[in-house]
Structures are given as structure tokens and as C-alpha cells.
Design a protein around this ligand. Structure first.
Ligand code: ADP
Ligand code: ADP
Length: 228
């Protein structure tokens, strides 16, 4: 778990108008923050800068008070969950969840890996599906596997990029409840990008509304709702 601080973050692609234009947000340890706004407002760019998949043009990004602008993604220790799941089709559910731990080459014993994978599978109700391949899972189950891969890493924070946008409305509602429950249970700092108003107003502790690369509002869902 960690605090994440964005200080006057700017992203310019080429000479155009900045995709992200001076955004500052203090995300507390364990907090769940939603980034919302219309398509093109800079949500994904901001998330990708936090995880380190995109360079920051100017400003400071701090994790637990330490500036990490120049740190490689792997050294930031954050876990990203994508909307397309990015699962390996030839690996089973268990192997997919274990994958980030295998990458650490020798940091964990096989027994430790099995224990972590089973713990994540229990949290996500995937225990009976550990030997199946992604092709044989429902959309919701695939989404849970992607979350399992984030959970096993004991990452400092979860970063979600529109994780539910490929699911039908019913499943989306169900997964929304699950993500909220899981985040509360694990109390892991979470930044969650969506353009879905319901997700924005029900999931997080605070909502950051972006518009044309700028932070327009930052408040609890209740405060936003009660605004005139
Ligand atoms: P959102 O996630 O809110 O839809 P993005 O962060 O994807 O917005 O995009 C913000 C702005 O940056 C948009 O104007 C988009 O066209 C631009 N942009 C995003 N990625 C690139 C890129 N790789 N090269 C140039 N412009 C980009
Ligand atoms: P490698 O997997 O060999 O490290 P990659 O290019 O796949 O190489 O990724 C580089 C780093 O980027 C990873 O070590 C990881 O820290 C980070 N990264 C990539 N994908 C993700 C993700 N989905 N979530 C979090 N971090 C990621």
C-alpha cells in the first residue's frame, strides 16, 4: 500500500495541446480514486504515466513521498488491470495468476506461489477454475483472473483502465460490487479510470473529473452529487 502524489503533471505529445495539463492530486494510502471524464480528456494518459508506461513531460510523481518519474515500471511496484484482460491463452487460470510471481525468478518458492495463487483465487471465487484456460471462461471470470494477477503481486497500488467496459450491463453491475468489496477488504490504494457515471459515483472514495487534460473537480461522490 502506498500514497500516490501527482504534482502539476503535464503530458505533451508533440507540439499539440497538452493531453494532461497541470494535474495535482494527493491520493492517500488505501484510498480509492476514480478518474472520470469524456473520451480524450487524458484519463488513460494519466494512468499510464502513473504506472510508468508513458513518460511525464513535467511535474512530479511521488509514491510514498519518493519521486518516481524516472523509475522503470517494474520498480514502481504497481499492478495494472486492463479492459482487454491481457491473459495468456495457452496458460491455465492458475498459471496466469502465478505469472507475475514467476517473472520474479526465484523470489518465491513453488509452495509460496501456490499459496498466493490459491489465496487470490479464494478472494475472487476462482478456486474451481484454476485448471481451465481463459477461452473456457466467462467475461466476468476473465476479469477476475486479471484482478487475481494484480492481487498476487502484493503491489503498492491497483490501477484499473476501464476494466468493465467489455462486459454486458448485468455483469458490469456484479463486477462493480465485487471490485468495491475487494478493494475495501484489501485496502489497497486504487486509481480507476472509467467513463461510466455509475461506476464513478458508486465505486470510489473520491472522484477526479478531468476535462481537456485539466482537473476540473476532485470530491467525494456525495459532494459531487449534491452540487447544484
Ligand atoms: P482518455 O483516456 O480520457 O480517452 P487519452 O489519455 O487516451 O484520453 O488521450 C488524451 C489526449 O491525448 C487525446 O487528445 C489523445 O488524442 C491524445 N493522445 C493519447 N495518446 C496519444 C499518443 N500516443 N500520441 C499522440 N496523442 C495521443
Ligand atoms: P517484463 O515483463 O520483462 O518486465 P514488459 O515490457 O512486459 O517486460 O514490462 C516491463 C515492466 O512494465 C514490467 O516489469 C512491469 O513492472 C511493468 N508492467 C507491464 N505490464 C504491466 C501491468 N499490466 N501492470 C503493471 N505493470 C506492468
Amino acid at each position: 500500500m502506498a500514497s500516490i502524489t501527482l504534482k502539476d503533471i503535464v503530458k505533451k505529445y508533440g507540439d499539440g495541446f497538452p493531453a494532461v495539463n497541470g494535474v495535482s492530486i494527493d491520493i492517500a494510502d488505501g484510498e480509492f480514486v476514480i478518474l472520470v471524464g469524456p473520451s480524450g480528456c487524458g484519463k488513460s494518459t494519466l494512468l499510464r504515466m502513473i504506472v510508468g508506461l508513458e513518460d511525464i513531460t513535467s511535474g512530479d510523481l511521488m509514491i510514498d513521498g519518493q519521486r518516481v518519474n524516472e523509475k522503470a515500471p517494474r520498480d514502481r511496484d504497481l499492478a495494472m488491470v486492463f479492459q482487454n484482460y491481457a491473459l495468456y491463452p495457452h496458460l491455465t487460470v492458475g498459471e496466469n495468476i502465478a505469472f507475475p510471481l514467476r517473472l520474479t525468478k526465484g523470489k518465491f518458492t513453488d509452495a509460496e506461489i501456490r499459496e498466493k495463487v490459491e489465496h487470490a483465487a479464494d478472494l475472487l471465487e476462482l478456486r474451481e477454475h484454476l485448471d481451465r484456460k481463459p477461452a473456457n471462461l466467462s467475461g466476468g471470470q476473465r476479469q477476475r483472473v486479471a484482478m487475481g494477477r494484480a492481487i498476487v503481486r502484493d503491489a503498492k497500488a491497483f490501477l484499473f483502465d476501464e476494466p468493465l467496459s467489455n462486459l454486458d450491463a448485468k455483469l458490469r453491475g456484479q463486477m462493480r460490487t465485487e471490485i468495491a468489496r475487494l478493494q475495501r477488504r484489501l485496502a489497497t490504494t486504487t486509481v480507476y479510470v472509467t467513463h461510466d457515471q455509475t461506476e464513478a459515483m458508486t465505486l470510489g472514495d473520491r472522484v477526479a473529473v478531468l476535462r481537456k487534460g485539466e482537473l476540473q473537480q476532485l470530491a467525494s461522490p456525495r459532494a459531487l452529487y449534491e452540487q447544484p
